[in-house]
Design a protein around this ligand. Structure first.
Ligand SMILES: NC(=O)c1ccc[n+]([C@@H]2O[C@H](COP(=O)([O-])OP(=O)(O)OC[C@H]3O[C@@H](n4cnc5c(N)ncnc54)[C@H](OP(=O)(O)O)[C@@H]3O)[C@@H](O)[C@H]2O)c1
Length: 268
């Protein structure tokens, strides 16, 4: 049986991606909150899907390792959608970098160990595109796999230069998501020869719980979207499911902006 794992699958885009994926597989939803996962699994079951849940904090590599092992015990892991993430209002810069950036390393690495072929889709953000090129610390990104503390220290030093605490968290978020795009591309070229296809998706402002929380700050981007509106979780779920579907076999090593056009609208 094929297994589709969705981190952050208890809500928002992760759950909508599960709903949009074909029914011919087992779904394993993970996140930190058991009750949220149980509710999401019940919803999938009511819609005719097989669903399992497991709590997992993706900023803890050991827990991600256990999640991957459990997924492999359910069948052949063919699809991994990594949607778990935190936004600037939810956490301080260190936590944002640990969950959004290092979490992506752990998910891609630990799942690659249990997959023989398949797809990994990492969810980033259009915030990844908000950093001027000169501020993108590529050399620091290269430290993430082997020198985690140095990776964190260097990125946190950049964030501390911003005195306003929300803006500092905003910078950490943008860095963590820019890293996720970079890391998905790196993973694609490392894992492609093994038949594991990797890509990322960068949503704009989407009306999930997280999007509602950030909409005060994020609203400034809405005027640049083609339709002057937020995206819906269902629209993103469909886009993510499309990217994660095996039939989309030539989609690799690339980031897909699903942001209603806001990045291009702003630069126009
Ligand atoms: N909504 C937007 O406007 C927007 C825009 C751009 C990008 N994104 C990205 O899209 C992804 C999905 O977000 P969403 O909008 O669907 O929001 P959401 O409904 O809040 O979903 C995020 C999920 O991640 C889980 N999560 C958070 N921290 C975690 C951790 N350390 N370990 C495991 N799970 C964790 C949460 O569950 P628990 O709290 O129970 O762990 C939650 O179910 C995120 O990566 C987010 O950064 C969102």
């Amino acid at each position: 049986m094929k297994v589709c794992v969705i981190t952050g699958g208890g809500s928002g885009m992760g759950l909508e991606a599960a709903r949009a994926m074909p029914n011919d597989r087992v779904f394993l939803l993970s996140g930190r909150t058991q009750s949220k996962l149980d509710r999401a699994a019940e919803r999938l079951k009511a819609e005719g899907k097989q669903a399992y849940v497991m709590t997992c904090d993706t900023s803890d590599r050991r827990q991600v390792h256990e999640l991957a092992r459990y997924a492999a015990s359910l069948g052949e892991v063919t699809n991994v959608i990594h949607a778990a993430g935190l936004s600037p209002s939810m956490a301080d810069p260190e936590k944002l970098l640990r969950v959004n950036a290092l979490g992506t390393v752990y998910v891609n690495r630990e799942f690659a160990k249990v997959m023989t072929k398949g797809v990994i889709v990492d969810i980033s953000s259009n915030s990844a595109y908000q950093l001027p090129k000169i501020m993108i610390p590529r050399k620091t990104y290269c430290l993430a796999e082997k020198h985690e503390q140095a990776f964190l220290d260097k990125l946190l030093r950049m964030c501390r230069l911003v005195k306003d605490s929300y803006k500092s968290a905003g910078l950490a978020y943008a860095l963590s998501k820019n890293f996720a795009v970079w890391y998905a591309q790196k993973s694609a070229f490392e894992l492609g020869s093994r038949g594991i296809r990797v890509c990322s998706i960068s949503p704009g402002l989407i009306a999930t719980d997280m999007g509602e929380l950030e909409k005060g700050e994020g609203a400034s981007m809405l005027k640049y979207t083609a339709e002057k509106r937020m995206g819906t979780p269902e629209e993103l779920g469909f886009a993510i499911a499309m990217a994660a579907d095996e039939r989309n076999g030539y989609l690799a090593g690339v980031d897909i902006l699903v942001d209603g056009g806001s990045v291009n609208g702003k630069n126009a």
